[in-house]
Write a protein that binds this ligand. Sequence first.
Ligand code: ADP
Ligand code: MG
Length: 246
Amino acid sequence: MSDKLLEIKDLHVNAGEKEILKGLNLNIKKGEVHVIMGPNGAGKSTLANVILNNPQYTKKSGSVEFEGENINDLSTDQIAKKGIFMSFQLPEEIPGISTMNFLKYAKNKVTEKPVKIFEFKDTVKKYSEELSMNPKLIERNLNVGFSGGEKKKNEILQMLVLNPKLAILDETDSGLDVDAIKIVSKGIEMFKNDDNAVLIITHNTRILNHLKVDYVHVLVNGQIVKTSTAELAEEIEETGYAQYKK
Ligand code: ADP
Ligand code: MG
């Protein structure tokens, strides 16, 4: 069996008339943790969104393959069912549905079979404890009035509960204090196994102190301009992105 998970080939993406991704290549195999760093506006969130085929973006050319299948034209729902999860840079507040019911709904939707409710509640409770979340949060309306840190932990909770093959985390660590960063890293470590992969988009090298990372990519102006091992993150911490900008 192949250990290929995500393969992006020469991807060009527009938002309206504006070209944002300009020939991007990326390969992720099972068992790997990848980090993408890059200056503001480089196209990092666009990349995450376009993998899930967010209709705000148009693929002009190139391909996104997941487990060897071209998923360019699948809907976001279908892609989620294939096992790709994305956490949002700015998680939305959704009144009218509790966190628990949202998780149940999402799990039903991606697995296409009803969850066993008692088992499911136990799982959610166990993970939320591991993430040191206030137990009341899962009964409250999704993200409504949650602090920034609580919203981010809630994204990690979703990842653990949905258990995707590929988790894309868009700046899940930004705005977190040191303790919360440790907990988010712990959540990622708990999730990680030889059959899945994580793509972490971050500005912050602090999260890398707590995580074993296989590859660090630098994304500048819609392209990945450098790929290396974890040390690349330290180098960027020191020197910034200037040398990668043309
Ligand atoms: P990053 O996450 O690296 O900071 P983004 O992917 O959010 O960058 O954005 C890259 C560029 O594309 C920015 O200049 C941004 O303003 C632009 N952009 C992103 N999404 C849209 C959109 N839906 N419509 C128009 N421009 C967009
Ligand atoms: Mg972004």
